[in-house]
Design a protein around this ligand. Structure first.
Ligand code: PLP
Length: 393
């Protein structure tokens, strides 16, 4: 196989060719500022309106409830800070989990320095929060709960429907934010059926461009802006819109929605087959996250993320050894891989030191083919045993 085998889709995805074409057209021809009053401005504005409708339709919400941002990180910051600072008069208690993405965790850490109290829910060894712990954590004065849908490192899927119902039964005024960046297009998500007030998605995880994201904000919420300026995005997020990015995101969402059902089934089968093979062909492999075959075929596990430890070797060395064969995987999440700190997610699920240092993430995409995983399996067992022998010396 001469082509590259890209298995790092949870870090980012290749952009869909139709998305590239639409974006280039925007940059070459329809480059007007959507705030301009002339025809070119109107064209850009109309295209943004269409993208907003595309995203809203797939999420099952109203288009005015979609706010475009510079990506998932900004959308998470806006959701969390926007609620905390706007509704602090009702209470200053916030709840999240220990396995959130840094764009959520570090936002909560910052709010702690600004006088808020945060409860961080632990997860079990497969990466699930305990509903009872959430029940205990909710107190009068809890204004926001933020729980990610799918974890980006180990693929555990939190029961967000149940969590939403629990929160609202406790107090309908407590807001619920979901980081759905890794779940969008990989799990069923119909917001009209769920008690979610705010939800984040990001373009580059779904074959759209980088640097564009969207936040769903229930129309009843009065979110405190985090950027002030010309009043774009209903005054919630000022700044001239990233028109090509927005158009790219809208189209990516629409394209992916058409394929979703068949691709989810395909990915689930690929994942189950790969895990069966890898555990057969390599001794002492640990599957991190939901691991049983029932879980892999259930709603508890996301179909695209596989996290494995090969105790006795260093993940980074394996990553580079695979790279020599043009196979691209990651250690932990991409956000951590340049960071020498061990992954907070793998620590939260209580991996041993040897499991922690040898964990790699293989993340599949809509276009991943079985032959690519077969190619990986041609090299992985040999490399693992070579590296284990080297480590023993
Ligand atoms: C779960 C999760 N949240 C947030 C982000 C950040 O999104 P963005 O890269 O668009 O800022 C990521 C990206 O890795 C992610 O996986």
């Amino acid at each position: 196989m001469n082509n590259i085998v890209y298995l790092d889709h949870s870090a980012t995805t290749p952009v869909h060719p139709k998305v590239i074409t639409a974006m280039v057209e925007m940059m070459e021809e329809d480059y007007g500022n959507p705030s301009s009053l002339h025809r070119m401005g109107m064209v850009a504005e109309k295209k943004i309106r269409k993208a907003r409708e595309q995203v809203a339709e797939v999420l099952g919400v109203k288009s005015k409830e979609i706010i475009f941002t510079s990506g998932g990180t900004e959308a998470n910051n806006l959701a969390i800070r926007g609620i905390a600072l706007q509704y602090a008069n009702r209470g200053k208690h916030l709840i999240t989990t220990t396995i959130e993405h840094p764009s959520v965790l570090n936002t909560f850490k910052e709010l702690e320095t600004e006088g808020f109290t945060v409860t961080y829910l632990n997860v079990d060894r497969e990466g699930f929060i305990q509903i009872d712990q959430l029940k205990e954590a909710l107190i009068p004065g809890t204004i926001l709960v933020s729980v990610m849908h799918v974890n980006n490192e180990i693929g555990s899927v939190q029961p967000i429907q149940q969590i939403g119902e629990l929160i609202k039964a406790f107090d309908h005024r407590t807001f619920f934010h979901v980081d759905a960046i890794q779940s969008f297009s990989k799990t069923e998500l119909d917001l009209s059926q769920m008690k979610i007030d705010l939800l984040t998605i990001s373009g580059h995880k779904i074959h759209g461009p980088k640097g564009i994201g969207a936040l769903y904000v229930n129309e009843k919420i009065n979110l405190k802006p985090q950027l002030y300026g010309g009043g774009q995005e209903r005054n919630i997020r000022s700044g001239t819109e990233n028109v090509p990015g927005i158009i790219g995101l809208g189209l990516a969402v629409e394209l992916i929605a058409e394929e979703q059902k068949s691709k989810i089934d395909k990915l689930r089968k690929l994942k189950a087959w790969f895990l069966e093979e890898v555990t057969k062909q390599i001794d002492d492999v640990k599957i991190n996250g939901p691991a049983s075959i029932e879980d892999i075929y259930s709603e508890k596990s996301t179909p695209q993320i596989i996290n494995l430890s090969f105790p006795g070797l260093k993940a980074e060395v394996l990553l580079h050894a695979l790279e020599d064969f043009e196979i691209y995987v990651s250690t932990g999440s991409a956000c951590h891989s340049r960071n020498s700190e061990p992954s907070h997610v793998l620590q939260a699920i209580k991996l041993s030191g040897r499991e922690l240092e040898s964990a790699i993430r293989i993340s599949l995409g809509y276009w991943t083919r079985r032959e690519e995983l077969e190619y990986l399996l041609q090299h992985l067992p040999g490399l693992v045993s070579e590296l284990r022998i080297l480590m023993q010396r």
